[in-house]
Ligand binder design. Structure first.
Ligand SMILES: [Zn+2]
Length: 479
């Protein structure tokens, strides 16, 4: 997302003097030097911090390894959820055992830093899973050093399908949908497992997506039952196609789908939101804004389009079961889809080649989107926990006051303090920010509450930031 810096300046000169810093929106246009040049009078402000580790993480993604992994996943013939599980060379059983062995290998290389396990449930009596079938996810968890019960997650889907969603025996390569997402998740684990983070990172290969989002559902329930403080789900579903069915070829953009008001909102919360706002500031939206900034800062030649909807029109993905339970979650995917290569029997008809085969995947592009995931996960896992219990006041006053709960000191030894963000109500990305220190309340003098949306982020000593949290239940990331 690119936005105009003209607006920033105008407002800053008109309203605020002193310790204001612009860190957010225009990182894509302004280098950190430029930001400092604009606001070099700033005293207490924390400057935009460019993280060397995040650049290194982005650079380390290997298109070659992603290609190898997609080829391996395709080689299992079909990965349909109802396909056979006994064979070592064909079917979803072979595929998930291979994925587990890859996670185990990655873990062995980091001294056992990943906890690798299957997570499953037997599903039956469903339209697309009529007979008892064990839907099995493969999970790897990299435990955080100081705040292990706080999680961020990246996921892709193991299962594939062809034209008939119940056809479990025909060849169903699912190269882009969604071997690309699984290969990206494995590659992110390979690179991020070389680092240590304050919070935990979950790498998830989910099953049962095409049959009705079952793998996501059982993992979301597992997270809830085990009291995971799950702050972000980055679901990757089709991250390798750059040739749209409409003829557009583009490898420089990606989409982030993020729902609006949260599904778990109560009637009372909805009533309150009507008077305080928050329709465009669910935690999923602010997670999407966070990832959008990460693309601007760390991923060359990639601009993301944050899309204000749960998913594609009337279509689904594995972030939804997490959203259903109130967790922040988005779908990351290519901008240009090719429907001839999705959910199709392998065939040629009227000169058109159908099927989700390996030649439809651009590995460099998949690596780029994987890098976007990895820097976002790393940024959040290094940052302190997103502020909890954020509230705001300021009606019929010249100034706006935000308050929040202090982050647990043992869980967040890296906490430096907090940063207030605000933006015009029709601006897509946070525009203004002010570092306010290690406090739990801050007032923006002469900034009128009616004219902006506000939020607060936590900041680490070395400059990592959490997503921005909008006040009240509408924007909460939980405790
Ligand atoms: Zn699909």
């Amino acid at each position: 997302m690119k936005s105009s810096y003209y607006t920033l300046r105008k407002v800053s000169l008109g309203l605020i003097t002193g310790s204001l810093v612009f860190a957010a929106t225009t990182a894509s246009m302004l280098s950190s030097k430029a930001v400092q040049a604009i606001e070099n009078t700033s005293t207490s402000a924390l400057q935009f911090t460019d993280q060397t580790d995040l650049h290194n993480i982005a650079q380390a993604m290997s298109a070659k390894r992603i290609e190898t992994d997609i080829r391996t996943l395709v080689s299992f013939g079909t990965r349909h959820t109802l396909s056979e599980t006994e064979s070592d060379v064909r079917g979803i059983g072979a595929a998930r055992r291979w994925i587990k062995s890859e996670f185990d290998k990655i873990s062995a290389e980091c001294g056992g830093c990943l906890e690798v396990f299957y997570q499953s449930q037997v599903i039956s009596g469903e339209r697309r899973i009529p007979n008892a079938t064990e839907v099995v996810n493969v999970i790897a968890i990299q435990k955080g050093t100081s705040d292990p019960t706080r999680y961020v997650m990246m996921s892709g889907d193991i299962d594939s399908r062809v034209s008939d969603v119940m056809d479990f025996s025909s060849d169903s390569p699912g190269a882009n949908d969604n071997a690309s997402g699984v290969a990206g998740t494995l590659e992110a684990a390979r690179v991020l497992s070389k680092y240590k983070f304050h919070g935990s990172i979950v790498y998830a290969a989910l099953s049962g997506e095409e049959q009705g989002l079952f793998g996501g559902k059982i993992l979301a329930e597992h997270a809830q039952k085990n009291n995971w403080r799950l702050k972000a789900v980055l679901n990757n579903d089709m991250i390798g196609n750059i040739e749209g069915v409409n003829g557009v070829i583009n490898n420089t953009t990606a989409r982030i789908f993020a729902e609006g008001t949260r599904q778990t909102e109560s009637a009372e919360e909805a009533r309150l939101r009507r008077f305080t706002g928050g329709e465009v500031d669910s935690p999923s939206r602010n997670l999407a804004r966070y990832i959008d900034l990460m693309a601007d800062r760390y991923i060359a030649n990639l601009d993301t389009m944050v899309i204000y909807r749960l998913d594609r029109f009337r279509r689904g993905g594995h972030h939804r079961p997490f959203n259903d339970l109130g967790y922040a979650g988005v779908r990351i995917m290519e901008t240009n889809e090719n429907y001839n290569r999705q959910h199709q029997d392998l065939r040629t008809e009227n000169g058109i080649v159908y099927g989700d085969t390996i030649d439809g995947v651009d590995f460099d592009y998949a690596a780029k989107l994987t890098a976007l995931n990895a820097v976002s996960l790393a940024g959040m896992a290094n940052a302190p926990t997103p502020p909890a219990k954020v509230s705001i006041s300021g009606a019929v006053q010249p100034s706006t006051t935000l308050s929040w709960a202090a982050a647990d000191a043992d869980q967040n030894p890296q906490l430096k303090g907090y940063k207030i963000y605000w933006r015009l109500t029709d601006a897509p990305q946070w525009q203004y920010s002010k570092y306010v220190g290690k406090v739990t309340e801050a007032t923006l003098e002469n900034v009128v509450i009616d004219n902006y949306f506000f939020g607060v982020a936590s900041v680490s000593e070395d400059g990592y930031e959490s997503p921005v949290v909008y006040p009240g239940a509408a924007g909460a990331f939980g405790e």
